[in-house]
Write a protein that binds this ligand. Structure first.
Ligand SMILES: Cc1cc2nc3c(=O)[nH]c(=O)nc-3n(C[C@H](O)[C@H](O)[C@H](O)COP(=O)(O)OP(=O)(O)OC[C@H]3O[C@@H](n4cnc5c(N)ncnc54)[C@H](O)[C@@H]3O)c2cc1C
Length: 638
């Protein structure tokens, strides 16, 4: 007998995560026996185009590149991740799509898309606009493949209020409409955030003095043409947004990077257009994010984790122990980083044959002794300057005083040139391979710590406290080309660096922003413009989304509270949710039936919620977000 059941779902946010939920709903629906398929209507609420959404708009500048290579991302399960789940109607990762579009280009590809596709390989870093085109294609191919009885209705609006009804919800839209549904999925992604008190003071002071203060932003949202040419511009932050901004202000203003004929690190010269500002940049660490190594895989082919394996790392839980990061997980990953470093050094620098078996013996030893034994092994074999010093990677200029800003800028340039050269060595660079091991370990750790797999104190103080900034700065950096370009800009004097632990201030007497570093003698810069090169904070309690604020006020959702190291409860960045499928927990402490959460707002139960799903990776680790989408879809259709 045919089912008469109907299902109506509102997915709020149709960027990658929202599209994954739609795709999983369609796949699970199609996998049901024909007579059991409920008549299903999915309302997609999204002010931007469904698929690309806000972040991956197809009309953004091609200067904005992804920081993951073409072989990496997907929004649908492919390979290992697809096993045992309802088959996708469009089982196409970004890289499959790239190959398809080269062989038979879609009519909607723009000239710029076609041009980019001509030279893009699986190991290159696509523009965000092109990734947006893939997302757009997935969305339209998916909706084109839907069966009778499964309907998608798009609302190009912002959802502003979710009101619980006796059964289901009413979602109120900007512009006045509303949608009534049985279930709501919050896939809100990157949201605007309130400024912190220091940023507010800078903004207000700038308004009083007629200066320009640029708050944290998605780079494609800002009009960089408003920054003055040939004037000093202060930039806070040396992470991914910094590289976007710099590219826009240089190549984007007609400057050219040309080959110098010299080796990596000094391989480019910059020919200015004369319309660039003079950028003075700084961050707490004092060095930019490191470049990705040049590889033909996501995890280096020479890296095989030996210690931080899923089996070893899950043993704690199997024995009834909730692990701590510093005490239990880091010692495993630390060994892998050491093994990767010296294994590569042994291969490339020709260490004695006995070295690696001895190293393995040392690393297999107990936590208390292996580090001492490692030093003993290295003495006489590896010169101190060639050893791995993880602590100095966290802050390369730690406690180093620079006598002048010239001396500091020289040190940063050396650092950039060496980093670009290391990336160029790829699998043959010991440091990049140690970083590769840490990056590979990230996936394992992501799986282990999810859903209460780590003590709360360790989560806040250790995992997010020191490890996350370290591994982000080392392994989440830009393509090598960007560091090579930055070195060229530093040599040309267009970019200068102010120093570690910088103090950005507004000098009312001078009527200017200033920046200086306590570690650099004499280097104080002033400017009429200060740019925050960072994303708005991903904190539920700090967001400026009308919808999320209303959800919090109405008690339909709440921020998760976690216990700090000192035993004091702290408001964490994410929404409080039940175990998967993630239902929002309301102010009354109860899970809200049929109100689901996916993506960035899960940052208090999962680690690494922003990155795209990794094509072919396990649903428990690299493709975890696809499993979450699948769990939600199945719960809705159940
Ligand atoms: C600039 C930038 C570059 C990045 N680069 C990479 C990269 O190279 N590789 C990688 O793996 N990851 C990258 N990321 C991480 C990124 O988080 C993910 O790739 C992905 O975009 C997350 O998808 P999402 O759907 O959760 O969030 P989003 O992409 O932010 O999509 C959420 C959508 O929800 C919509 N929305 C929000 N509130 C409402 C509302 N009230 N009503 C209706 N719609 C709403 C928004 O308009 C948006 O389209 C990048 C992120 C940013 C911001």
């Amino acid at each position: 007998m045919e089912t008469t059941r109907t299902v109506t779902v509102a997915i709020i946010g149709a960027g990658p995560r929202g599209i994954s939920v739609l795709e999983r709903l369609a796949a699970n629906w199609a996998a049901l026996p024909e007579g059991n398929r409920p008549r299903t209507t999915v309302h997609l609420v999204e002010p931007y185009e469904p698929g690309p959404g806000h972040v991956w708009r197809t009309d953004q500048s091609r200067h904005f590149l992804m920081n993951t290579p073409a072989l990496f991302p997907t929004v649908v399960p492919v390979g290992e991740a697809a096993a045992g789940r309802a088959p996708s109607l469009v089982p196409v990762s970004f890289d499959h799509w790239r190959q398809r579009m080269v062989d038979s280009p879609d009519s909607r590809l723009s000239d710029d898309d076609r041009k980019e596709l001509q030279s893009l390989t699986f190991a290159d870093f696509p523009s965000r606009a092109l990734y947006g085109r893939y997302l757009e294609w997935i969305y339209s191919s998916l909706t084109g493949a839907l069966g009778e009885g499964f309907k998608v209705v798009v609302h190009r609006s912002e959802a502003q209020h979710v009101e619980p009804l006796t059964a289901g919800f009413r979602v109120r839209l900007s512009g006045g409409g509303a949608v009534v549904s049985d279930a709501v999925v919050l896939a809100l992604g990157h949201l605007p955030a309130q400024l912190n008190p220091e940023q507010e003071a800078l903004r207000d002071g700038a308004a009083r003095l007629g200066l320009q203060y640029w708050p944290p932003n998605v780079p494609a949202d800002a009009d960089w043409n408003r920054l003055p040419a040939r004037k000093t511009v202060l930039v806070r932050g040396l992470g991914l947004n910094f590289f976007d901004i710099i590219t826009h202000l240089t190549e984007g203003r007609g400057g050219n990077f040309v080959s110098s004929g010299l080796p990596a690190g000094r391989a480019l010269d910059y020919h200015p257009s004369g319309r660039e500002p003079l950028v003075v940049a700084a961050s707490r660490r004092g060095t930019p994010y490191r470049a990705k190594a040049k590889l033909d895989s996501y995890v280096p082919r020479s890296i095989q984790l030996r210690y931080c394996t899923p089996t070893r790392a899950s043993r704690f839980a199997a024995e009834g122990i909730q692990p701590g990061f510093d005490h239990d997980l880091w010692p495993l990953l630390h060994r892998d980083a050491v093994w990767a470093y010296y294994g590569t050094l042994a291969r490339t620098a020709g260490l004695p044959d006995a070295f690696l078996p001895s190293l393995q013996d040392v690393l297999d030893d107990a936590d208390q002794v292996w580090r001492r034994r490692l030093e003993e092994l290295l003495d006489g074999t590896v010169a101190p300057a060639d050893r791995l010093d993880l602590e100095s990677l966290a802050s390369p200029f730690r406690r180093h005083r620079f006598a002048s800003e010239e001396e500091y800028n020289r040190a940063v340039l050396d650092y950039l040139e060496e980093d670009a050269a290391g990336s160029d060595r790829g699998e043959n660079d010991p440091l990049k391979m140690a970083i590769g091991a840490m990056n590979a370990g990230r996936s394992v750790i992501k799986e282990i710590v999810a859903d209460g797999g780590l003590t709360e104190a360790s989560w806040t103080a250790e995992l997010r406290g020191w490890f996350e900034p370290l591994v982000e700065g080392l392994a989440s950096g830009p393509p090598a080309l960007r560091i090579e370009q930055l070195a060229a800009l530093a040599r040309s004097g267009i970019v200068r660096f102010a120093g570690p632990a910088p103090r950005f201030e507004l000098d009312a007497a001078l009527g200017r922003f200033t920046v200086s570093s306590p570690w650099v003698e004499g280097g104080k810069y002033d400017a009429g413009v200060l740019v925050e090169a960072m994303m708005p904070a991903n904190r539920v309690s700090q967001n400026r989304s009308v919808l999320l604020r209303r959800l919090l006020e109405d008690g339909l959702v709440r921020a998760r509270t976690m216990m700090s190291e000192d035993g004091v409860p702290e408001v964490s960045p994410g929404i409080d949710v039940s175990k998967p499928p993630y239902r929002a927990i309301g102010a009354n402490g109860l899970a809200q039936e049929n109100l689901y959460v996916l993506g960035l707002q899960l940052s208090s139960v999962q680690w690494g919620t922003a990155i795209a799903a990794e094509a072919g990776a396990s649903l428990d680790a690299g493709s975890r977000t696809l499993r979450d989408a699948d769990d939600i879809a199945r719960a809705i259709l159940a």
